[in-house]
Design a protein around this ligand. Structure first.
Ligand SMILES: *Cc1c(COP(=O)(O)O)cnc(C)c1O
Length: 350
């Protein structure tokens, strides 16, 4: 979802952006008016996330999945090492991609528990000479999230935050790199954000494609080629929407209130089961099952008929998943809980 006020503002700007005589979709990325848009987008994101001065913000394309390759290409030295924490499908994909480039190991995994929790690990589980440690901070498909930023000592921490970025404040200074596909919580599909500490730039392997080289993108202010102009404009509006409500503290308060409503309901009934270990619960993606595949399928189709869409769990795990990203209003979660109660009453288990 995108926030309604953002969509309304985009609609107002659609044909004639602030007297420019054209839509943002039609602008040259080298024009004065567009340069201001991308500069404002960066300034707003910096303010929102409190990004320290010694970090670059890149507006890229290719989705988080392209960063699965860009991370090792930019950080893994030719005879270096990298350690991966595998906590779900996306971190597994990131690991598989990085393995193509060198000595890449899994330092901890929760695969044996079907990714129902965040694997515990400490600095002693990491190789001290690793170039970086990679985590997926919020596991979209399984509905888990790191309860806190893990301590990786002096090894740079790289985090995929695609499904939780700007949902709450995070201490950016604890990370070497944060990256995220924008389409879950920030903007329409087509934009990828990379936030990288400056001392980690300039280490790209010689074969790194120009388009994946963070240093080159940073040197060109994300304009080495045409950036995803309209998505960046939409992201800017989303950042301003959150700044306008009071920033990430207020966003977190709203998100916690929504997630608690759903988890409190799940914890106080017996029809549905929430498979995730409570300390690993995600605030953005809430997973639950009835324990009966046919009922799960009926739930998703009945819910869609009632106007509650996209509740089917990912094809790899089944069950249900409610994604309650920033733009989902509290009333949306209330409607879901009311539907869940009704469904449980009307569909007793055999
Ligand atoms: C959706 C998602 C991805 C994949 O993102 P794309 O932008 O489609 O490549 C990667 N990681 C996480 C955590 C995601 O939620």
């Amino acid at each position: 979802m995108l926030p309604v006020p953002v969509l309304e503002e985009a609609a107002r700007d659609m044909l004639n952006y602030k007297g420019s005589g054209m839509s943002v979709m039609e602008m040259s990325h080298r024009s004065k008016v567009y340069e201001e848009i991308i500069a404002d987008a960066e300034a707003s994101l910096r303010k929102l996330m409190n990004i320290p001065e010694n970090y670059k913000v890149l507006f890229l394309q290719g989705g988080a999945s392209t960063q699965f390759a860009a991370v090792p290409l930019n950080l893994l030295s030719v005879d270096g090492k990298a350690d991966y924490i595998v906590s779900g499908q996306f971190s597994k994909k990131a690991y598989e991609e990085a393995k193509k480039y060198g000595d890449v190991q899994i330092a901890a995994s929760s695969a044996l528990d079907n990714f129902s929790r965040i694997p515990a690990f400490s600095v002693s589980d990491l190789r001290p000479d690793a170039d970086y440690v990679h985590i997926c901070y919020n596991n979209t498909i399984f509905g888990t999230k790191f309860p806190e930023i893990p301590d990786t000592g002096s090894i740079p921490l790289v985090a995929d935050m695609s499904s939780c970025i700007i949902s709450e404040p995070v201490d950016v200074s604890r990370f070497g790199v944060i990256y995220a596909g924008a389409q879950k919580n920030m903007a329409p599909a087509g934009l990828t954000i990379v936030i990288v500490r400056e001392d980690l730039l300039g280490k790209a392997r010689p074969e790194t494609p120009t388009m994946l080289n963070w240093q080159i993108m940073a040197d060109n202010d994300s304009m080495y080629n045409t950036p995803p102009c309209y998505c960046i404009y939409m992201a800017k509006l989303v950042y301003e929407w959150i700044l306008g409500m009071g920033g990430l503290e207020e966003m977190k308060r709203r998100n916690e209130r929504k997630a608690s409503l759903l988890y409190d309901y799940l914890d106080n009934q017996s029809y549905y089961t929430a498979p995730v270990e409570p300390t690993s619960r995600s605030m953005m993606n809430v997973t639950f099952v009835t324990g009966d595949k046919e009922l799960d399928a009926k739930f998703a189709s009945d819910a869609a008929k009632a106007g509650l869409v996209n509740l089917k769990g990912h094809r790899s795990v089944g069950g249900m998943r409610a994604s309650i990203y920033n733009a989902m209003p509290y009333e949306g979660v209330e409607a879901l809980v009311a539907f869940m109660k009704k469904f449980a009453e009307e569909n007793p288990k055999g």
